[in-house]
Design a protein around this ligand. Structure first.
Ligand SMILES: [Zn+2]
Length: 264
């Protein structure tokens, strides 16, 4: 999310740095200049993690190390559930040789930019506030993760409210955090595809995720300005199938997210 050229990153999935690079040069983006904290890489220095499933954090090593090489001299701030500190520490351990050769070799390098400054959260709470936005983390139920291990995020900037569901099954307890969203970014799975899975898998999927018809129910209830389906679980179905299945249950405004889509 970018507000007045300030960037806020939610999760660090695989490939996100490449996507960021693809957006550089757009007029709403910070400058793509190296060796400064004001660059788009330096500007990323706060990331909000929903939970520790690998599809949400595989980009974390890149987020810790690449902006540092490009000049960020402040530690990366990472907000996430219990276990986030271990993930950051162990990642840096894995890259110890790389870090050492940059710190003590011939390449100019600053002393702190690769470090992680971690805040672990376990409750529904405000996790960030500045002159532009207030960001609240809220617990969401996701499979067998403990209740304090999986979060969605609600961002209340001056003009628009954006809610990111994180990975969650349908739960009415989420609604109070979804209500009033101008943009609700919600995970989704294709119901037809799930219904063809073995029974134990179906049970697991509904314990962890939200199907199209369930998402339609949620959206009818909380009435977002725009519903963005993301984290789509297709299991052999296509984008068109997903859109068609949701449209069968929902006539509000919605899209299926694609990499590099922009929503204002
Ligand atoms: Zn996931």
């Amino acid at each position: 999310m970018v507000v007045d050229k300030k960037m806020y990153l939610f999760d660090a999935g695989p490939g996100f740095v490449r996507n960021l690079k693809a957006l550089s040069g757009k007029d709403f983006m910070p400058q793509d200049v190296m060796f400064t904290n004001d660059s788009m890489y330096g500007g990323l220095n706060k990331v909000f993690i929903t939970h520790l499933d690998s599809d949400h954090v595989l980009g974390l090593p890149e987020l810790l190390l690449r902006p540092w090489v490009l000049g960020r001299d402040q530690p990366q701030q990472v907000i996430g559930p219990k276990g986030t500190r271990g993930l950051v520490d162990n990642t840096l351990k894995a890259f110890q040789d790389d870090i050492d050769h940059r710190l003590y070799g011939t390449q100019p390098a600053n002393a702190d930019g690769y470090k992680g400054e971690v805040t672990e959260i376990s409750e529904t709470q405000i996790v960030h506030q500045d002159d532009k936005v207030t960001i609240k983390a809220f617990r969401v139920p996701h499979g067998s993760w403990d209740a304090d291990m999986s979060f969605g995020y609600r961002v209340d900037p001056p003009t628009k409210t954006i809610v990111i569901s994180g990975d969650t099954r349908k739960d009415e307890a989420n609604y109070e955090n979804f209500r009033g969203a101008d943009i609700l970014i919600h995970e989704v799975m294709h119901e037809g595809a799930i219904s063809r899975m073995p029974e134990d898998w179906q049970k697991y999927m509904y314990h962890a995720h939200t199907s199209t018809s369930q998402l339609a129910e949620i959206a009818r209830e909380v009435e977002p300005g725009l519903l963005v389906m993301n984290h789509p679980l297709f299991f052999g179905t296509t984008d068109e199938d997903m859109v068609e299945e949701l449209a069968r249950h929902y006539d509000g405004k919605f899209v299926l997210a694609q990499d590099l889509d922009l929503y204002e």
